[in-house]
Write a protein that binds this ligand. Structure first.
Ligand code: UT7
Length: 331
């Protein structure tokens, strides 16, 4: 029997119109454009504004763009996965709402949360459903309204994060394309260094906690940076080694856009030329679950059928990993 693999057959994206530039941040906290650019590579990020608008708003727009581009009947979608660290609400799956709003009336939907690795892990989950042979159309959306959990008086975090969404459609193939290999890791010791402590089940929201700003993201940047550099580079290298790939075999590195220096360190470890490194951090900052699909959307026109892409991500938890995928279409 021919092996079924999971291929990406379409992508879509959405970023909010409102732009928060480094210059604007200079007016809000003690920082400057030079520092932010040199330390992170970020020039601006998008912020979703509007009463009651959450992650689903962007996820729906990204999915609708994909549906339109692909000329897809949403009734054919069987599963909607929303990878996110900022679901619309506690105890109500954002994916269920997104599925209904895009007309995926025959689908079931659930959210997947692994901080900045949510989309990478989501690729693994989507692929398993397709490879099982039972599902033919799985929509994976990475979306985050990071601005909802950022303290805009904390210069350690407010310069980094932005809002956005990207969507990909996974379908079966018998051509040997799509997801080839994955190496996914986690280490719970990491939650001391990157987290929003209050708002979950350990520490529910109280007026006192809000007053102390404990519902916002806290990050010990240096520790996270070191772990991200070490682990992302490590898994990317492992992915090449165990698939007998050399740097010449690889067309693209699609790495989580948290910091330009981390991305470059990962590329350097696998000795990849900068022309093969997807980069859009300068435009969007760190959009958590949306970075990888936003890269695919921005680079879609340059991708060729058969291109070998190494994905890598690192995030809160800690969570991290790498995926090796062969691109399935020319656009
Ligand atoms: O996506 C999830 C994973 N997250 C990440 O991968 C993020 C990892 N961490 C980072 O990207 C970096 O650690 C940051 C960009 C957050 C910070 O860069 P850094 O090079 O690690 O800077 P630092 O925190 O060590 O700070 C260096 C200096 C400090 O001053 P002193 O103590 O040397 O006088 C900070 O107080 O820069 C100062 N500083 C700033 N200056 C201007 C910290 N934040 C700022 C700022 N503007 N926004």
């Amino acid at each position: 029997m021919t092996k079924i693999t999971a291929v990406i057959t379409a992508v879509g994206k959405y970023v909010p119109e409102d732009i928060l530039t480094n210059k604007m941040l200079e007016e809000m906290v003690e920082t400057n454009d030079e520092w932010i650019t040199a330390r992170t590579g970020i020039k601006e990020r998008r912020i979703l504004k509007g009463e009651g608008l959450g992650t689903s708003f962007m996820a729906i727009k990204a999915a609708q763009e994909l549906i339109e581009k692909r000329n897809l009947d949403p009734k054919e979608i069987e599963l909607v996965l929303v990878a996110t660290a900022t679901p619309d609400m506690q105890a109500a799956a954002t994916a269920a709402y997104v599925a209904s709003e895009i007309g995926a009336v025959n689908a079931f939907g659930f959210d997947l949360e692994a901080a900045c690795s949510s989309f990478l892990y989501g690729m693994s989950v989507a692929a398993r459903y397709i490879e099982s042979g039972k599902y033919k159309k799985v929509l994976l959306i990475g979306a985050d309204k990071c601005s909802s959990m950022i303290d805009y008086t904390d210069r350690a975090t407010c310069i980094i994060f932005g809002d956005g969404a990207g969507a990909v459609l996974f379908e079966p193939s018998t051509e040997g394309l799509g997801l080839q290999d994955e190496y996914l890791r986690s280490d719970g010791a990491g939650r001391e260094f990157l987290r929003a402590k209050v708002g979950g089940s350990c520490y529910p929201v109280t007026p006192e906690a809000v007053k102390n700003k404990e519902h916002f993201v806290y990050q010990e940047g240096k520790t996270v940076f070191k772990n991200a550099v070490f682990n992302m580079a490590d898994v990317a290298e492992k992915m090449l080694e165990r698939n007998n790939l050399t740097k010449e075999d690889i067309q693209w590195l699609a790495a989580h856009q948290a910091n330009k220096r981390i991305i470059e360190a990962t590329a350097n470890r696998i000795k990849l030329d900068s022309s093969k490194v997807m980069m859009n951090i300068q435009k969007y900052g760190n959009t958590t679950s949306a970075t990888l699909p936003l890269l695919l959307a921005d680079y879609e026109k340059q991708l060729k059928k058969g291109d070998k892409i190494i994905f890598a991500a690192f995030g809160g938890g800690f969570t991290w990993g790498s995926i090796y995928l062969k691109w399935a279409y020319n656009s």
